[in-house]
Design a protein around this ligand. Sequence first.
Ligand code: FE2
Ligand code: FE2
Length: 288
Amino acid sequence: MDTRSPPAATVSTLPTEILEALERRIADGKIEFPSMPDVASQVVSATFDEDCDLSRIERIVQRDPHLTAQLLKMVNSALYAPATPVTALKQALAIVGMTRVRDIALLVSCESRVFQIEGFELELAQLLEHAKTTAVYAREVARAAGGVDLDESFCAGLLHDVGRAILIQTIVDLRVIVGVKLRRKIELEPRAVLDAARARHEVVGAGLLASWELPDRLVQAVRGHHDPASAEEDCRPLATTLRVADDLAHAFVDEGTVTAAAEIGLDDGRVTALAERRVEIEGIVREL
Ligand SMILES: [Fe+2]
Ligand SMILES: [Fe+2]
């Protein structure tokens, strides 16, 4: 799924009443954000606590069978390839470590609370796939560049376009609200919804991350992922990593990608080498 603006001739538009209502909601900061599931929220905040240990994480995770199952699925996948199947939560946690547990908690939260919109199942599945691909690429970009945290990059990649899903949900909700007000059924063209959900998705996504109380650096990097130069200096390398990973995930490397990559010390050849690892990256994404 392309995040760039399509040529003007192919742009579909929403009914004016919906567009105006959407604009107002964004301008007034009245976009509704879903809450993070309780257990996932506790896992995420615990992993950002420097004093936290794995036994505390285990006590939290074991209260959520779905999260436990996802963790065991990942630890038994080709990503970790254990010699014998892992069935105990404690052992799984010891293998994946604290930051990966946080990624799984965020992934499960996004899958259950953000990427579930009736009538847009295919589009949301594509968006989630893009998020995972960007996450894996972001970690590889960070590894190649040095100086940017690998786990933080993965986490930011996973969440970078979450604002688009939030905006699709907002438009779907507004269709009902505005329809009741006007006393007529409003039809939405899926293409028009997707196009409208591009506008300011970075700001809306950053708003969701802030409402989930994620670290400010992640919030700022997601806000600046299409324009890293606009990010505050200490968040700029992470925002730039996202910008490059996003392009690689779209299999769209151009002059802008190369210029951004140079900002984090990656030359043209290293960007090409990353682009050529696409099949390997897709294999990792399938296991997530
Ligand atoms: Fe984006
Ligand atoms: Fe993206």
